[in-house]
Design a protein around this ligand. Structure first.
Ligand SMILES: Cc1cc2nc3c(=O)[nH]c(=O)nc-3n(C[C@H](O)[C@H](O)[C@H](O)COP(=O)(O)OP(=O)(O)OC[C@H]3O[C@@H](n4cnc5c(N)ncnc54)[C@H](O)[C@@H]3O)c2cc1C
Length: 426
């Protein structure tokens, strides 16, 4: 059952999914002395959302998205009105239950905010700690980020944003005049900006995951490339089945991004994840305006300086995971970037990836009721940001320690129970 090369596999904890969440958890568990088997169908952070994100450690994003205000005004954000949100008509029916939950979550935004904020607030420190432990502090840049608004009302909008940030104890300062002028010179108009000094960015999200996995493997973890078809209970242990290979392990942590739900369902766990797809374009060799991400508020995009290139990301497209990219969106993004002064000698075809999003925009972090089956999923727009804090919480849950933040709000039980399938431990 276990491969003969790994006779102690039954002592291992299997982590399924080597995106940023699984990689951070694999490192943290290994660092704490656990034997870890990390499994992904591809190289770390190659297949999922972790590959192509904006690299922004968004410690300022402390409120879950669903709000009463958004319910009333979301139509203005729709692609048909020039906004970043696209809900394809053919998806409306299948998305209806998710949207109903989204609307219900809007009523609980005040209750849910402290739970998310507790996880987000220490995120840059936690990621810096993890990257120092593995000897790669250079992957994180702690210069904050900038946000700019255009037009006659831009100063008022920036002031309102600073006030809203202060309510959540997020520090802001006016953007430096030199940078504001540089932005205005490239895309004329009246511009006002803010600096968020306590956020951060990484110079390549995939390198972060790869470095965490390499460190874990050097410390004794195993990485195996295969697709997990099923997890089932065998006595006190769990069996991770990929068809060709089965691993009997003492616990499993499911970090399978937008594809986690079928692996959790046999354990009675309901994970109403949707793919909230985002796109990126890259500009090889382009010089950054500043060594920090720049958010263009009205253009709904963020440009992040990354190793040897700039990466621009945008859109919230509620399409099926795996659907072909929408070439019109990439074209629109390219044109907007050109208007903002970003040009490239080389052509980048673009990338699309699925943010794994639960309808209340809280992650799912916890344990199945009757099995050593843990989960860390649904990190929506914040999976890079929350990678290290989630790993610290997961390590505490597995060790039976009090986690650094309360995990009850992240328990998947909030979505009710799925009917267990056969093979799950009772
Ligand atoms: C355009 C865009 C911009 C973003 N910008 C930011 C940002 O600036 N800051 C931020 O914090 N977050 C950002 N995010 C969100 C962030 O990227 C995600 O929340 C995060 O990557 C989710 O990580 P994950 O490990 O949960 O999932 P993924 O990265 O999707 O990884 C899941 C892994 O599980 C594997 N897997 C799934 N099922 C199986 C199976 N059955 N067997 C084997 N392997 C399996 C997949 O191959 C994959 O590698 C952005 C996302 C997008 C799309």
């Amino acid at each position: 059952m276990n491969s003969p090369a790994d006779p102690r596999a039954h002592e291992r904890i299997a982590v399924i999914g080597a995106g940023l969440i699984g990689s951070a958890i694999a490192w943290r568990l290994t660092h704490e002395g656990h034997k870890v088997l990390l499994i992904d169908r591809a190289e770390p952070a190659h297949y999922g959302a972790s590959f192509g994100n904006a690299g922004h450690v968004a410690t300022e994003q402390r409120e879950p998205l669903p709000s009463l205000g958004l319910l009333l005004t979301f139509w203005r954000q729709l692609a048909v009105c020039g906004g970043p949100v696209d809900i394809p008509l053919h998806r409306l029916l299948s998305l209806a239950p998710w949207m109903a939950r989204f609307a219900a979550a809007a009523l609980h935004q005040r209750r849910n905010t402290p739970a998310l904020a507790a996880l987000v607030r220490p995120a840059a420190d936690a990621l810096e700690r993890a990257l120092r432990e593995i000897g790669h502090p250079e992957l994180l840049v702690r210069h904050g980020h900038y946000k700019f608004w255009w037009g006659a009302g831009s100063a008022a909008r920036a002031a309102r944003a600073a006030g809203a940030a202060a309510e959540f104890e997020v520090r802001t300062e006016p953007a430096p005049a030199q940078l504001t002028q540089a932005i205005e010179a490239r895309a004329p108009g009246r511009v006002s900006g803010l600096w968020f000094p306590d956020s951060a960015h990484v110079i390549d999200p995939q390198s972060v995951a790869a470095a965490l996995v390499t460190a874990a493997v050097q410390a004794g973890a195993r990485f195996e490339q295969c697709e997990v078809r099923e997890i089932r209970g065998v006595g006190e242990r769990l069996l991770v089945d990929s068809g060709d290979v089965q691993h009997r392990v003492r616990a499993v942590v499911v970090c399978a991004g937008v594809q986690a739900a079928p692996l959790l369902r046999p354990f009675g766990l309901r994970a109403p994840l949707t793919a909230e797809r985002g796109y990126h374009l890259e500009f090889a060799g382009a010089r950054a305006l500043t060594d920090a991400p720049v958010v263009y508020a009205e253009h709904n995009l963020i440009v992040t300086p990354m190793q040897g290139r700039l990466r621009a990301t945008s859109y919230l497209e509620f399409n099926r995971h795996g659907a072909p990219p929408d070439a019109r969106k990439l074209q629109r993004l390219r044109s907007t970037l050109e208007r903002l002064g970003y040009r490239s000698e080389t052509h980048h075809a673009g990338w699309v990836g699925s943010r794994p999003t639960l309808p209340d925009y809280l992650p799912g972090i916890g344990r199945a009721p009757h099995a050593p089956l843990y989960y860390a999923i649904g990190h929506q727009h914040l999976g890079l940001t929350l990678s290290a804090p989630t790993a610290e919480v997961m390590a505490a849950l597995i060790a039976g320690r009090d986690p650094p933040v309360a995990t009850a709000p992240f328990d998947l039980g909030r979505f009710g129970r799925a009917a267990p399938l056969t093979g799950a431990p009772s």
